[in-house]
Design a binder for this molecule. Sequence first.
Ligand code: ATP
Length: 739
Amino acid sequence: MSSLSSLDEEQSHLSVIYGRLDELRAQARDRLAETQRSRGGTKESLSMRDAAAYGYAERLAQYEAVEQGLCFGRLDLRDGDRLHIGRIGIHDTDHPLLVDWRAPAARPFYVATAITPYDVTLRRHIRTRDRTVVELNDEILDLDAAGDRNLVGEAALITALDAKRTGRMRDIVETIQAEQDRVIRAEPGGVLVVQGGPGTGKTAVALHRAAYLLYTYREQLSARGVLIVGPNATFLRYISQVLPSLAETGVLLATMGDLFPGVTAHHPESPAVAEVKGRAAMVGVLAEAVRARQRVPAEPMEIEVDGHVLRLTAADCEPARQRARASGLRHNLARPIFVTGVLDVLAAQVADRIGDDPFWDDPLGADDALASPNVLDDADRADIRADLAGNPRVRAAIDALWPVLTPAGLLTDFYATSDEGSLLYRPPGAGWTPADVPLLDEAAELLGDDDRAARAAAARDLATRLSYAQGVLDITAGSKSYELEDDDEAAIPNIADIMQADMLAERLSDREHRTAAERAAADRDWVFGHVIVDEAQELSPMAWRLLMRRCPSRSMTVVGDLAQTGSLGAPAGWADVLAPYVADRWRLAELTVSYRTPAEIMDYTRDRLATADPAIVPPRPVRSTGVPPWEASGPLSDLVARVAYEIGAAGTGRLAVIVPADLLPTVAAALPQLTSGPAPDLEEPAVLLTVAQAKGLEFDTVVVVDPDRILADSPRGANDLYVALTRPTQRLGVFSLHP
Ligand SMILES: Nc1ncnc2c1ncn2[C@@H]1O[C@H](COP(=O)(O)OP(=O)(O)OP(=O)(O)O)[C@@H](O)[C@H]1O
């Protein structure tokens, strides 16, 4: 396709673009160095300088990240204009050298067809290696040349799809297809559901959408950040490098287990337990658990104060409890109302005793007023209440009735006091699981923030920073007396001269430098500008509640495939998920073409699942390899030999063996060359995974072990097998183990 003169022409333009990139890089580097060198100034100017340094460093990182494949396309327009499309926008002094793929002007590169050419006469895909143009692919967009296929940049697409996998997902900016582009560039408002079968590019689209939204709505979104939720840590590692531009501006990649700050929730648990924890009914169960911890004494409580016994009965405390509950405040915030009520009861008992005037109805003379049986005034009563409030025994009694509760404390106690035979029973001290996170979040909502622990932690943090800052100042002051004996040198400002310890401590807190994502990760009350949920079919109703709390604007992109649902108790349809939050005000976009899995594997998958679940209809494949899947059966030794052969055939590509969860130890022992474990390194040549671990991933070659067992292992067995069979990009083997 590429003639020498076109190659030369593109090469010279590419060299100009890289030349400009080098200039920009040098500028950013110089400015960063300059900023780092400058010293002194007010607290504000120091913090502005830090922010500027951070910006330059970020820009430099971005320039580094686009070194490979900087420019990948060209559009020739009807009016004679020519646009080069690339990973970032680059301008010369007066005109654009390269248009960012996210800019509106770049859009025709992805959507123009011969039928709807958007004024494009030629679309060129430019393939480069390092800084050299190696191949051009041109499409003339005129109607006569249009075939029946509607793939944009087919040659470049097929090259990308055929490429060997590396264990990391790659960006698709060079070959985004029109149906994908529509999702990527859709308006951010409201909930957009993207439904598509395996390999239709849902994850790729979700990530590119995040990049697009941050580019286009930077003002609104970079302050609040974008949350991307994925199914597990391995998957997040797999996608984390796709778009370096995402790292710049506050995208938080997280699993559900990461979404309760301060809690690490990656402990495993059975799907059946996770299902129960995920039910919507847990909202009422937890609310009841909180009410059950708002007590009145079952038996009268006796509290000894200063040698006298005070009594609290259920009848004494009930009005206080009712008043506190009726306030509508959350548990910890309503507590002071209860405390006040109980202290009133106790103070009245004390006042009755010590203020009792035994002669109140027995006048001593003309000026002994016959008014009240009690000689105490309001100030006396206030003192009594204050004394009682500070009394440890009174405090303990109140704590027993209406304790301050933390989400973790409540949930631990709730599990430990559940029926031992029930799925929810768990002794204290067991680790948190991902399904606990929405419950912790729900508990936090019910309890109201008692932020004493957070405030104490902040105070401790400040104290540490202060002492560190003081240490820095002491060291520099000490070094001054050693090194700077000469008066002139002593005039050079030292850090101790320009900064007080508290100022330095504040700078060390790094507040201004934290991106929205970093701040969001530490703050349960953070509200994101946009939330993207990948593998959304797996989320429980409780998980949805948490996510909706993080996104009250409901600016969300929900990406998934109901046919790949593995979790028990997951929704039957997107309407079920969304109705409680947005009624029917959500949009659906469908992706219909599978870019990952070749026709031979898709045909096999459809036939294999036809009886297990005829409702599963694999998406239309975009290419074929000519290599049909193989089936075999035999003892473990045969599997070992088969896998060894496939590892050889995969060459530099990646291979995965996917097994039912309970077979993992046996197969791992027989095939030690496979990497396995809770967080396997996908960049290794060959890995061993369960179906749950393989979700969302892909490999050049996949061997699925014991498909019948995968089918039988779970009520969602057909969906699990569908996931397993659709992971390969090139070769599939299916092996049934016989003893
Ligand atoms: N337009 C495209 N150009 C090049 N590659 C693409 C394109 N769209 C998707 N792909 C590739 O197809 C593969 C599948 O994409 P992705 O993992 O995003 O699919 P998915 O729909 O999320 O799949 P699953 O449901 O199985 O998780 C990836 O390798 C991705 O890079």
